[in-house]
Write a new protein. Structure first.
Length: 227
C-alpha cells in the first residue's frame, strides 16, 4: 500500500490552461500537470524563477485526478452529496501589445482576447510520491496545511472556496485512493495506473528560460458515479 495526499479543488471559477496565446486562452476540462505543480509550488513557496527546485518538485510527485459530479456539503441534516455540473464559458477582454496565434505582437496594437473558464467545477486529486523523491510526502503535507503563497485554481482570478488539503489515506494506487475518498465522479485521469485508454497530453513543464512543455501519457478510467 502507498500513501496519498487528497486535494479538493473546488471554486466558482477554475482555468487549467493549455496551449495559449493572448487572443485565445483555452482551459482544459480537468487540471493539467503543470497547473497542479504550480499549486504545490505556491504552497511550498517555490519561486517561478527557481528552475532547479521546480524540477525537483516535478520529479517527486505523480497525480491522479477525478472529475467530480458530486461533492460533499454540510447541510441541515449533516453531510450530503450535492451534484456538480461544470460549464465552460468565455470571458472577453481587450489586450495591448499582446502576441496572437498567427503573428508576434505589434507595439501599441490592441487585440481582442477570449479566455475560457470552468464554472462550478470540482476535482479531487490524489498526490503520490515517487521513489527517492526530493520532496517527501510529509514536506508537501505541511505546506498544504500552511501554504506560504496563496494557491489558486489555475489563474489568479480563481481562488478556492475551501482548503485544498483534505487529508491522506493509504491505497494500492492513485485510482484506488480516489475511489476511497469522499464524493464521486465519472472520470479519473491517472499517471500511475494504466488502462486501455491512454491519452497523450503536452502539459509537462520544461524548466528553462522560456515556457515550454513536454508530453506525457495519462490513463482514463471510467467510473459509475453515486447518485
Amino acid at each position: 500500500m502507498a500513501r496519498f495526499l487528497i486535494l479538493r479543488l473546488d471554486g466558482p471559477m477554475q482555468a487549467w490552461g493549455t496551449h495559449t496565446f493572448e487572443d485565445f486562452r483555452p482551459s482544459n476540462l480537468y487540471p493539467t500537470r503543470s497547473g497542479l505543480l504550480g499549486v504545490l509550488a505556491a504552497c511550498l513557496g517555490i519561486e517561478r524563477s527557481d528552475h532547479a527546485t521546480q524540477a525537483a518538485l516535478a520529479a517527486s510527485v505523480e497525480f491522479s485526478v477525478r472529475v467530480d459530479t458530486t461533492v460533499e456539503r454540510l447541510g441541515v441534516n449533516g453531510h450530503v452529496n450535492r451534484a456538480k455540473a461544470t460549464v465552460k464559458i468565455d470571458d472577453y477582454h481587450t489586450v495591448i501589445d499582446a502576441r496572437r496565434v498567427n503573428r508576434p505582437p505589434k507595439k501599441g496594437e490592441t487585440i481582442q482576447s477570449w479566455r475560457e473558464y470552468l464554472f462550478d467545477a470540482a476535482f479531487t486529486v490524489a498526490v503520490g510520491t515517487k521513489s527517492d523523491a526530493p520532496f517527501t510526502m510529509d514536506t508537501i503535507a505541511v505546506a498544504l496545511r500552511r501554504p506560504l503563497y496563496t494557491p489558486t485554481l489555475g489563474r489568479r482570478a480563481c481562488p478556492p472556496t475551501r482548503p485544498l488539503f483534505d487529508g491522506e489515506l493509504e491505497a494500492a494506487d492513485g485510482v484506488a485512493a480516489l475511489r476511497a475518498s469522499r464524493g464521486s465522479g465519472a472520470l479519473i485521469y491517472s499517471e500511475s495506473l494504466e488502462s486501455g485508454q491512454p491519452l497523450r497530453l503536452r502539459d509537462v513543464p520544461l524548466h528553462g528560460s522560456k515556457r515550454q512543455f513536454g508530453t506525457r501519457l495519462v490513463y482514463l478510467h471510467k467510473e459509475t458515479p453515486c447518485s
